[in-house]
Design a protein around this ligand. Structure first.
Ligand SMILES: Cc1cc2nc3c(=O)[nH]c(=O)nc-3n(C[C@H](O)[C@H](O)[C@H](O)COP(=O)(O)OP(=O)(O)OC[C@H]3O[C@@H](n4cnc5c(N)ncnc54)[C@H](O)[C@@H]3O)c2cc1C
Ligand code: SF4
Length: 550
C-alpha cells in the first residue's frame, strides 16, 4: 500500500479555483465588501490569462458594477464595437447578409467592446491583487478536500515531480491542502472538479443534459488597409451545413491590426467523420472571410469548449462548503455567444452571499440562499429570456432555429409561456461511421489554412513530459474496439490538437496513442467521447497552452 502523503495546509476564508472572469470578479467583490477576508485564487495556467480563450466581444455590464471607474483604471477595453454584420454563408463562394432588424436582438453589440479576454483577466488579476487577494498561478486544484460532515473543506493543489510510472523524481513536491470556510469553483466550461462535485452532490438531479460547442480560434495580424477596428462579423451556414452540423463563425477586428477569427462547432454533431479543426481551416477560405485575412499573418491558435445548455441544464450551484459559478455551472448566454459578463455577475453574487454569511459569523453552511440571490440578478433574467435559443437550434437547425429565436426574443422578449427541452446529451448523437460520409477536407495551403501540428506549435503548449497522463481511459480497450468499429474512433478528429492517434504497427496491429503533451485543455474529449471513457484531469500546474492574448 502507498504511504499516505503528508501535506501541509493553509487556511483561508475563501479559496477560489480558477482566475477567469468569474473567479476574479468573485475575489475582487469579496475584498471590496470586506477587506479583512483572506481570499486566494489558484490558477492552473503558468500565469493569469495563459489558459483563457474567448472571442471576445465583452458586454461591460458586470464590469461597470464591479469597477465603475474601469476607464480611469485603464481596463484593456480599447475597441468599441462600431458595426455588426450577420452573414449567412450559403457556400464557399456565396453569401447573403442578414439585415440587423431580422436578427435576434441578442446579436446586436452596440456599447460592447472587442477585447482579448486573456488580457482582460490579467487586468482583473491586478485589481484583485491591489485589493489584497493572493493569486497563485501555476497551481492546479487537483482534488477536493471534505470535512468529517461531508462538506467541502477546500482543495489539494497538484503534486509536482511525479514520473510517468508513478515514482517520485528529485523535483518531487507534494501538493498543499488549501482549506477555506467556503470554496468557490470557477474552472470554466467542464471544470474537472466541477464535474466531480456535480456527480458527488447530484447537483444535476432533475436538470437537462448540458450541451456544448468547441470553439476554435486564431489571432491574425492583418495589413493596415484591410483593418476595420470595431467591426464584428457573425456567420452561420457553410461549411457546417454540408454535414448538417450546427454552429457559427465569428470575426472581430480589434486593436493593433489584429483580427480574431473563429468557428464554434456544436458538439451535438452526428457525423463521426467530422473534424472541427478542418471545418475551421476551410471556413477561412470562404470569400467573405478570407478577404479579412489575406496578406496577414497568423499569430496564435487555440481551442476551448463552450456551454450551450442554458438554465435548463444549469446544475444546482450550491452545496455544503461551496459554490459553483460561471461557465463551470453553465452561465453562458448562447443567444449572445457571450458568457464573460454573466460569469462575472455569478461570481459577484456569490461574493455577496459569502461575505454576508461570514459577517454574521455563521458557521460554514450550505449557501442555499445563493439560489434566490442569483435568480434575482439580471444575469439569471437574461439567461431565462434566452432559454429556448439553444433547444430551438437543435430541433430546427440554425436557420429555422434563428427564425424561431427572432419571434421568441424580438417579439416576445422571451416571455412565451413554455421552455423547450433538449434532453439528448451531445456524446449520444454520433451515427455509425458506415452510415455517414466523410467530408472531403482540402490540404491546407499554408497561407490561410494550416495543419494541426503547426497550429498547436503556436498555442505554445507545453507539459512536463515525464508525468502520468492527464487523459485517463476508464477502459483502455474501448478506443480500439467499440469506438473504432462503430465510429472510426472520432477522438482522432474532434481533438483540435492531434492528441489521439490510432497507429498501425509493422505487424499490422493497431494501438491507441495519446500525445498528452499537445493538449490545449479544451475539454472536448471529456465531453464528446461516445463511451464517456475519457476523463480529463489536471496535469502538473503550469502545463498547457500559453496563450499570449486570446
Ligand atoms: C471560442 C469562444 C468564443 C467566445 N466568445 C465570447 C465573447 O465574444 N464574449 C463573451 O462574453 N464570452 C465569449 N465566450 C465565453 C467566455 O469566454 C466564457 O463565458 C468565460 O470565459 C467564462 O468565464 P469563467 O471565469 O467561468 O471561465 P474561464 O474563462 O474558462 O476561466 C476559468 C479559469 O480557471 C482555470 N482553471 C480551470 N480549472 C482549474 C483548476 N482545477 N485549478 C486551477 N485553475 C483552473 C482555467 O485555467 C481558467 O483560467 C467565448 C468562448 C469561446 C470558447
Ligand atoms: S486531449 Fe482533449 S482536452 Fe486536450 S486538446 Fe484534445 S480534445 Fe482538448
Amino acid at each position: 500500500m502507498e504511504p499516505e502523503i503528508e501535506r501541509e495546509s493553509m487556511e483561508y476564508d475563501v479559496v477560489v479555483v480558477g482566475a477567469g472572469p468569474a473567479g476574479l470578479a468573485c475575489a475582487c467583490k469579496l475584498k471590496q465588501l470586506n477587506s479583512d477576508l483572506n481570499v486566494c485564487v489558484v490558477e492552473k495556467g503558468s500565469e493569469v490569462g495563459a489558459h483563457i480563450l474567448s472571442g471576445a466581444v465583452l458586454e461591460p455590464s458586470a464590469l461597470s458594477e464591479l469597477f465603475p471607474d474601469w476607464r480611469e483604471q485603464n481596463a484593456p477595453l480599447h475597441t468599441e464595437v462600431k458595426e455588426d454584420q450577420i452573414l449567412l454563408l450559403k457556400s464557399e463562394q456565396s453569401t447573403q447578409q442578414i439585415p440587423g432588424m431580422f436578427a435576434p436582438f441578442t446579436m446586436h453589440n452596440k456599447g460592447n467592446y472587442i477585447v482579448s479576454l486573456g488580457n482582460f483577466c490579467r487586468w482583473l488579476a491586478e485589481q484583485a491583487e491591489n485589493l489584497g487577494v493572493e493569486i497563485f498561478p501555476g497551481f492546479a486544484a487537483s482534488d477536493l478536500v471534505f470535512d468529517e460532515t461531508g462538506a467541502v473543506k477546500g482543495i489539494v493543489t497538484g503534486d509536482m515531480g511525479i514520473a510517468e510510472d508513478g515514482s517520485h523524481k528529485d523535483s518531487y513536491m507534494p501538493g498543499m491542502e488549501l482549506h477555506a470556510r467556503y470554496t468557490v469553483f470557477a474552472e470554466g466550461c467542464r471544470g474537472h472538479l466541477g464535474k466531480k462535485l456535480i456527480a458527488h452532490f447530484e447537483l444535476d438531479e432533475g436538470k437537462e443534459a448540458q450541451h456544448y460547442g468547441i470553439g476554435l480560434k486564431e489571432l491574425w495580424k492583418v495589413p493596415k488597409e484591410i483593418h476595420q477596428p470595431g467591426l464584428v462579423v457573425h456567420t452561420a451556414g457553410w461549411p457546417l451545413n454540408e454535414t448538417q452540423s450546427q454552429g457559427g463563425g465569428f470575426l472581430y477586428h480589434l486593436e493593433d491590426q489584429q483580427v480574431a477569427v473563429g468557428l464554434i462547432v456544436d458538439l451535438s454533431y452526428s457525423n463521426p467523420w467530422l473534424s472541427p479543426f478542418d471545418e475551421f481551416q476551410r471556413y477561412k477560405h470562404q470569400k467573405d472571410i478570407k478577404k479579412h485575412l489575406e496578406g496577414g499573418e497568423r499569430i496564435a491558435y487555440g481551442a476551448r469548449a463552450i456551454n450551450k445548455g442554458g438554465i435548463q441544464a444549469q446544475p444546482r450551484m450550491f452545496f455544503p462548503g461551496g459554490l459553483l459559478i460561471g461557465d463551470n455551472a453553465g452561465t453562458l448566454n448562447f443567444a449572445k455567444i457571450k458568457g464573460s459578463h454573466t460569469a462575472m455577475k455569478s461570481g459577484m453574487v456569490a461574493a455577496e452571499v459569502i461575505a454576508k454569511n461570514i459577517q454574521a459569523d455563521n458557521a460554514p453552511q450550505t449557501l442555499s440562499e445563493f439560489e434566490s440571490a442569483y435568480k434575482a440578478s439580471w444575469a439569471w433574467k437574461e439567461l431565462y429570456q434566452q432559454r429556448n435559443f439553444g433547444p430551438a437550434q437543435h430541433r430546427w437547425g440554425n436557420i429555422l432555429g434563428s427564425a424561431y429565436a427572432f419571434i421568441d426574443l424580438n417579439l416576445f422578449r422571451g416571455a412565451l409561456p413554455w421552455t423547450l427541452s433538449d434532453p439528448v446529451a451531445d456524446h449520444e448523437k454520433l451515427k455509425p461511421a458506415e452510415s455517414t460520409e466523410a467530408p472531403n477536407y482540402p490540404k491546407p495551403d499554408g497561407k490561410l489554412s494550416f495543419d494541426k501540428l503547426s497550429s498547436v506549435f503556436i498555442s505554445n503548449t507545453n507539459h512536463e513530459e515525464d508525468q502520468p497522463s492527464h487523459l485517463r481511459l476508464t477502459d483502455p480497450a474501448i478506443p480500439l474496439n467499440d469506438n473504432l468499429e462503430k465510429f472510426a474512433e472520432p477522438a482522432q478528429r474532434y481533438c483540435p490538437a492531434g492528441v489521439y492517434e490510432i497507429i498501425e504497427n509493422e505487424d499490422g496491429n493497431k494501438r491507441f496513442q495519446i500525445n498528452a503533451q499537445n493538449c490545449v485543455h479544451c475539454k472536448t474529449c471529456d465531453i464528446k467521447d461516445p463511451a464517456q471513457n475519457i476523463t480529463w484531469l489536471c496535469p502538473e500546474g503550469g502545463g498547457g497552452p500559453n496563450y499570449p492574448n486570446m
